[in-house]
Design a binder for this molecule. Structure first.
Ligand code: PRP
Ligand code: URA
Length: 210
């Protein structure tokens, strides 16, 4: 697994506002999208392109276009849905698949309640979106879904990660081609499996259930 942690003052600034308990729901949503667009720039660095020839108003020129089949973007519901617009801003032609997962807050194990993915992912570049990598259970299960459909190239974008989740994901994806792009790596998990200092419950803050 290759891990890229953002190192940019604009991302650090937006993350600080995102973490702040005073930040309102509309601002939290807008910042989530903006952060994902910035992280997507790094996440798509190796996206597959093919050479093309085009006509400019002045002359013929060579360039590149995104290759076929189109990339697949998979937000993990619910909180990952708040990242989708920020991602498709950069990849407007991507196909979108969905995985619904919720963590059992007693056992911290992920439960899958929805799945809408293409059957064959063998030639697809896949991007998984989930703001929080805490124990790593949800993201490991989501990436395994993609491997089971034949995916060989998976990039995940998370806004925050805990070291414990990174270790778990490293073990779960050993020997596979997985790239992880993160806004920041925080200190640790607390006794309830929340990221410290973190930002609280990302789904609740995005969708207003608090
Ligand atoms: C959150 C988050 C991740 C998961 C991370 O989702 O969006 O999917 O927890 O925890 P883990 O790394 O320990 O698995 P949650 O289960 O709260 O569901 P929600 O998105 O519907 O709020
Ligand atoms: N899920 C969240 O939304 N936040 C955390 O800190 C951990 C899991």
């Amino acid at each position: 697994m290759r891990v890229f942690v953002a190192d940019h003052p604009l991302i650090a600034h937006k993350l600080t506002v995102l973490r702040d308990t005073q930040t309102t729901q509309p601002t939290f949503r807008a910042l989530t999208e903006e952060l994902v667009t910035l992280l997507a720039y790094e996440a798509t660095r190796e996206v597959s392109v093919s050479p093309v020839t085009i006509q400019t108003p002045v002359t013929q020129a060579t360039g590149v276009r995104l290759s076929h089949p189109r990339p697949l973007v998979v937000p993990i519901l619910r909180a990952g849905l708040g990242m989708l617009e920020g991602m498709v801003t950069l990849l407007p032609t991507a196909e979108v698949g969905f995985l619904g997962m919720v963590r059992n807050e007693e056992t911290l194990q992920p439960v899958t309640y929805a799945e809408r993915l293409p059957d064959d992912l063998s030639d697809r570049t896949c991007f998984v979106l989930d703001p929080m990598l805490a124990t790593g259970g949800s993201l490991a299960a989501a990436i395994q879904f993609l491997f089971d459909r034949g995916a060989q190239d998976v990039t995940a974008i998370c806004i925050l990660a805990a070291p414990e989740g990174l270790d778990a994901l490293e073990k779960a994806t050993a020997g596979r081609h997985v790239k992880l792009v993160l806004g920041a790596v925080d200190e640790r998990l607390n006794e309830h499996g929340y990221i410290v200092p973190g930002l609280g419950d990302a789904g609740d803050r995005l969708y207003g259930t608090i």
